[in-house]
Design a protein around this ligand. Structure first.
Ligand code: BMA
Length: 392
């Protein structure tokens, strides 16, 4: 029994006779992407037209508080997750990061093998869930990380220019994009179906903590970075990616500011927002301020989505360490239910960093409230999708 009824306008795939009996039909749409990718987009938009939204968690199935998947010795999918341990269901949406794939590394910046990420993505698709991918890539000019180091400020400011056409790192950067293309192209089920994913690079660019951020390039350079990215992935045969635009809260409800670096309707499928609750010691004023900020920003994001015919989502949020026992139902849900979103994603439960988690685990003080949030009619978890969501 599903706890909620999904009434979505599902796009229909026309199944045709198949040449190779071992391969499933994976028809292409006129857009140059697979029909399944377009169906995912149609379903995300349909969710925006209804009151339901999916719940997502970064790195949900690969580690959590006090545990980590055994990457070296076990290639099977563990099916363990802190969220599942608390509410007996998996998130509808999983998120993973591709940072360090550009270096040719075997593991991403948080120590998760790309092989494992690929397996998790395909497994989650087969379970009927959805996957989104972020990319905290290194700085191709300074050799540093995605985060701007004070000592390298000068270099950071030249990085976007350096990777664009004519720049000294252009060729190298094309190679980095090719690593992304190879990974996306490798997301294929044993029956030859390309798994559709939502790719979310160049996020939080309205702040200046990443080398592609506000102070480190012009609006034109930022837009060119997006165009270069998509053009290269397309040239390399990627047919299974949707693209998300996810600024931080700096525009704070001002649509013109939010759209200042928007790369264009032809580049973007989903408009989003990354907005965190920073409340040390469960400061109630700070928590209330977050709710207001979220509300203001989501009003604008959803207006933009409507105007531009895009899906909308709260692409990253969370309250680090969840220091109140009712944050889910008293702070987050009341704001989300006012806005036509397709999903909300909370960040990771780090096993390798102290005090860095955003979803509850058994015994955590907000765990019972999370179960109430789970039982809320508007939140969609894996079982609610009923295995059908992505496929039609
Ligand atoms: C950040 C933190 C980091 C992590 C990065 C990429 O917000 O969680 O520890 O390396 O995301 O996942």
């Amino acid at each position: 029994m599903m706890k909620k009824t999904l009434t979505m306008a599902l796009a229909v795939v026309t199944m045709m006779a198949c040449g190779d009996k071992n391969k499933a039909e994976d028809p292409m749409a006129d857009s140059g992407r697979t029909q399944r990718t377009e169906n995912l987009l149609a379903n995300l938009k349909a969710m925006g037209d209804s009151t339901v939204y999916m719940f997502g968690h970064h790195d949900d199935t690969v580690y959590g508080i006090g545990w980590e998947a055994d990457y070296d010795n076990d290639s099977t999918i563990h099916m363990r997750s802190d969220v599942e341990s608390v509410c007996n269901d998996f998130p509808a949406l999983l998120s993973f990061d591709l940072g360090h794939i550009e270096l040719g590394d075997e593991k991403n910046l948080d120590g998760v093998p790309f092989k494992r990420i690929r397996e998790e993505i395909i497994a989650h698709y087969n379970r009927g869930g959805m996957v989104t991918l972020s990319w905290h890539l290194d700085n191709p000019l300074s050799g540093g990380s995605a985060w701007v180091a004070d000592s390298l400020k000068e270099t950071e400011t030249k990085t976007v220019a350096a990777v664009l056409e004519g720049g000294e790192k252009h060729e190298m950067f094309l190679g980095w994009l090719d690593q992304i293309a190879d990974f996306l192209n490798s997301l294929e089920t044993p029956y030859g179906v390309k798994v559709p994913v939502l790719f979310r690079p160049w996020h939080e660019h309205t702040g200046s903590w990443f080398w592609w951020g506000q102070e480190h390039c012009t609006a034109e350079q930022y837009k060119a970075l997006w165009q270069l990215t998509e053009q290269r992935l397309k040239e390399r045969g990627v047919v299974n990616a949707l693209y998300a635009y996810s600024p931080g809260t700096e525009a704070d409800g001002d649509e013109t500011k939010y759209m200042e670096r928007y790369p264009g309707d032809d580049c973007i499928d989903l408009v989003g927002l990354d907005c965190y609750c920073f409340a040390q010691d469960a400061d109630t004023t700070k928590i209330a301020d977050y709710a207001k900020q979220l509300d203001r920003n989501l009003t604008m994001v959803c207006a933009v989505a409507k105007k531009h015919g895009k899906a909308a989502a709260l692409t990253e949020t969370g309250y680090e360490c969840l220091k109140t026992n009712d944050w889910w139902t008293k702070t987050l849900a009341p704001v989300l239910e006012k806005h036509p979103l397709s999903y909300v994603l909370v960040w990771r439960n780090a096993h390798n960093r102290q005090d860095h988690f955003y979803a509850p685990y058994p015994g955590q003080m907000s765990a019972s409230d999370f179960v109430r949030f789970y039982n809320n009619k508007q939140t969609l978890f894996l079982k609610d999708l009923n295995g059908l969501y992505l496929k039609k």
